[in-house]
Design a protein around this ligand. Structure first.
Ligand SMILES: Cc1cc2nc3c(=O)[nH]c(=O)nc-3n(C[C@H](O)[C@H](O)[C@H](O)COP(=O)(O)OP(=O)(O)OC[C@H]3O[C@@H](n4cnc5c(N)ncnc54)[C@H](O)[C@@H]3O)c2cc1C
Length: 402
């Protein structure tokens, strides 16, 4: 693994920075958002600006209409976008479903579903987890029974992020109850307007509504909306979950926290001094930054393995190490930010959608905006995408294969 500076990557980074400087509308930049997705109109507007530049699918290969960027370029793009405060894209479409469609779908399915991702006219959500089937996903019970040229879907999904805003859902269903549990699963694409789908909100601890329960009651789904063959669902899911290991730690977010934390420590008074002048505080900052550097190096290593097409046990184990170390660091640093804010850290600010962004605030209030919510949301980062306990199990198992 080469840790030397990469001049090509620096030039690329500058190109992205210049683009962001010239094209990111001021009213979109730096808006706090609920959890991992920006407000819908902002996301749509930003997606179209990127598409006009030819960057509508920043993570895909050229042959699928993407940019063809390397894993490290994709990471640099994400870092620069987060640093500039650009809205987040529809990650379900870009990072999870898109590669599945590109890899497994028929030409007809590609023609139907890909254009909506480039223009953000079709937003997606992920229907995998069920009550009792989260970590043990293969035990899922939502069933799809064949009736002529349709499946009839019955069951329940849970924790379906953004189901209330999504146009379509990619759904894991059981099509064969008699087969071994992994073998009886299929992968369907379902229009959320289909009769029989009910979405109920789950309000999370950060005060936002991004989670839902999603119910399917005799929902008729055309067979041609199945990706791959019947029973291929588990193979497709493994492909989907194994994609983009290098992004598991969310390094761009950690870098944003680093900037925020440094700003807080610089600005906040502590008696006659600034917080940044207190040795105990500086020690915590340095510890955080050392851990961040370690995560950044690991990201580079995993990215290099991904780029080289190495999908062996070491790459998987390191992906899981990144998930655990990155998300646990997100939790510690957001807790630390709330702590250094003192009284202001405990103030429950309105959610970004409800916030009057034109109102005047005290400087400390302005610094505190969104941080308590971020800390509360990050409680979930060690759960979604595979819990820390499960990741540790994966690491232990894979180490035996090395
Ligand atoms: C904010 C958020 C957003 C989410 N968004 C989506 C989404 O959009 N779509 C979707 O399908 N799902 C989504 N999920 C669900 C997520 O994937 C699951 O929460 C996760 O897989 C864990 O499953 P579970 O909640 O059923 O917990 P369980 O699997 O029931 O686990 C409960 C506890 O037992 C532990 N445990 C379980 N198995 C093991 C094991 N083998 N070894 C050691 N410990 C174990 C877990 O670590 C955990 O602490 C989201 C979750 C959150 C929190």
């Amino acid at each position: 693994m080469d840790f030397q500076p990469d001049a090509g990557l620096d030039i690329f980074r500058q190109e992205v920075r210049d683009f962001l400087r010239d094209n990111l509308p001021a009213d979109l930049a730096g808006k706090p958002s609920c959890s991992i997705r920006s407000a819908l109109p902002d996301l749509v507007r930003w997606q179209r600006i990127l598409d006009a530049r030819g960057w509508g699918a920043p993570y895909w290969p050229k042959e699928h209409g993407g940019t063809g960027w390397s894993v490290l370029q994709r990471l640099a793009f994400d870092e620069e976008c987060v640093a500039a405060g650009a809205p987040t894209l529809d990650g379900f479409a870009h990072k999870l479903l898109g590669p599945v469609i590109n890899h497994f779908a028929s030409d007809g399915q590609k023609a139907e579903h890909l254009p909506g991702i480039f223009q953000a006219t079709r937003l997606w959500c992920q229907g995998f987890s069920e009550p009792g089937s989260g970590s043990d996903l293969a035990s899922l019970r939502t069933r799809a029974e064949l009736d002529g040229d349709h499946y009839v879907v019955n069951g329940q999904k849970i924790w379906t992020s953004y189901a209330h805003q999504a146009d379509w859902i990619f759904l894991l269903v059981r099509t064969d109850a008699s087969a071994r549990k992994q073998a009886g699963i299929s992968f369907l694409l379902v229009d959320m307007k289909t009769p029989g789908i009910t979405v109920r909100p789950i309000h999370s601890i950060d005060g936002c509504h991004h989670l839902n329960e999603t119910f399917f009651d005799n929902v008729r789904v055309p067979v041609h909306n199945r990706i791959g063959a019947e029973g291929d669902g588990w193979k497709i899911t493994k492909f989907l979950l194994n994609n983009e290991h290098a992004t598991a730690a969310d390094l761009p977010i950690l870098r944003r926290y680093q900037q925020q934390l440094r700003a807080l420590l610089r600005e906040l008074p502590a008696g006659a001094e600034r917080l940044l002048e207190q040795p105990g505080i500086v020690l915590q900052l340095v510890r955080f930054e050392a851990e961040l550097d370690a995560v950044a190096m690991l990201v580079k290593r995993v990215a290099a393995m991904e780029q080289a097409g190495d999908h062996g046990p070491a790459a998987h184990a390191l992906g899981s190490v990144l998930k655990v170390s990155g998300t646990e660091l997100q939790q510690r640093v957001t807790e630390f930010m709330v702590e250094v804010l003192g009284d202001y850290g405990a103030i429950a600010y309105p959610t970004p959608e409800a916030m009057d962004t034109t109102a005047e605030r005290l400087p400390r209030e302005e610094l505190a905006r969104g941080i308590a919510m971020e800390m509360l949301f990050r409680r979930a980062s060690t759960l979604y995408g595979g819990t820390s306990e499960v990741q540790r199990g994966i690491i232990a198992k894979l180490l035996f294969q090395l």
